[in-house]
Design a protein around this ligand. Sequence first.
Ligand SMILES: [Zn+2]
Length: 483
Amino acid sequence: MTRRQFSISNVSHLAGEGILDIPSLSVLRYKNPAALLAEFKDTWGVEARAVALPVAEADGLLYDVGGLRGVPLSSHAQPSQSLKGFEDVVKAFLSAGVHIMLTLCPNMGYIPGEGLQLADITGITSAQLCIANPRSVEVLGAILGTGIDIVRDVTARSSGVRLQGVAVDVTDLWGMGGELGRVRATCFCTTCTQHFSDTAPDLLKRFKTFPNPWSLLLRPTGSGIDFVSEVPVGISPEEIVGIARQRNYIEQFPKAEQSELLEYANLLLRYMRSRHSLTVGAIGALFDYACNGLDEKLTRIVVMEGETYGWTSGIWLEELDNAFRDDGTSGYDEVWLNVTPSFLPQRVPYRAYMWRRSRYFINSFFELAGSLAHASTRVHTGLSRMTIEECRRMVAEQWQQAYGSALSSQAALVGLPERSAAEGSQQNVRRGFVGVGLDRDFGDRFSDQLVILPSRADSHARASSNDVGLDIQTILKRMQDGG
Ligand SMILES: [Zn+2]
């Protein structure tokens, strides 16, 4: 008896163009480009059309950028013996016949510059750059722009393959935290404060006291923060208060009177609109700066989680979709997102990112690993109480958690929505999908080879074994001396 062909067996071809995303060049330490591309084909049933490469890592840059001398190079800048740098990686993929895309994750915490960084309600800055600051846009734009030029140099000498697009990962632009009834969400830096006083005078000061309007849709817990992301663009203040009551977020408001809560809901909506326009404007400015003076047009991509409203991206996906024009005037041309039932783009072309919350958990993993190589986080945070071996185990465990959100199988493509044309267009709104070049075993191999600075915990361990090694004071002294 012959086996019948069921329609889902065709799923890979219906899935559209596939892109292999490599979030960190550390991946290439264990697998060469040919192996990664073969694995993509094995997993998804189609060949990758393009590869997406990072232009910077969580622990440093991948190449020199004019004007940023002194900023550290990443420990993954030379991924292997045969791939001695970013340019070699680009060449290797181009000669394998795939196009290149570049991704920038602006969460890097190693760019110096007090005024460029995120600031919370109390004025305390974090290491991460505030993307709203025009100067940060220039720094990030130069990093991305230099990467563009390196790829263009190489593609000028190869035929049939080219640089297709540039992507900015916005999954974690604006941090949030706090305790019950005291929500702190960023950013209150000079640029952000100025934007709010221009567009919504007196609004920001209502967020500086507790409880503030954020508590209607955000609730800090012992281990993080609960949030409501099913917030459509047209939601009314009454509906927001309804959700806050239903989820008991209103326990953060001592009085919780309806009129007071409605006023808060109004303020919250105004804040969300203003933050959305600020963020979208900053992303557009970043693309403009990085692409300034280029002859060819690169696809400008925004990498998002896929929720209706993204608290850490500050963006309403629905609004991004509504505002999209295919004449290139929107400042973005494509979105990569984890497809969820909450909202599907109708206008802006998109690709399904095959990982829950897209890059969010992946980035958190690499940020944690990156922080272990930096003296300040190793000395000033809770990480100082952990020995190198404990850190190594934590990184491996953290990877298992992050990998729990992977959607790495052909079967996951079955759940993708059918491809349909946008209104008045022949093009499919969903262009294809993005598969991530990271497997379950990555965490163990990565943590084994990770460079981790010793901490106070290590020097205690050494002191007890009578070994006179390098202690934390020596490391600090060397840092102060610039050594
Ligand atoms: Zn800011």
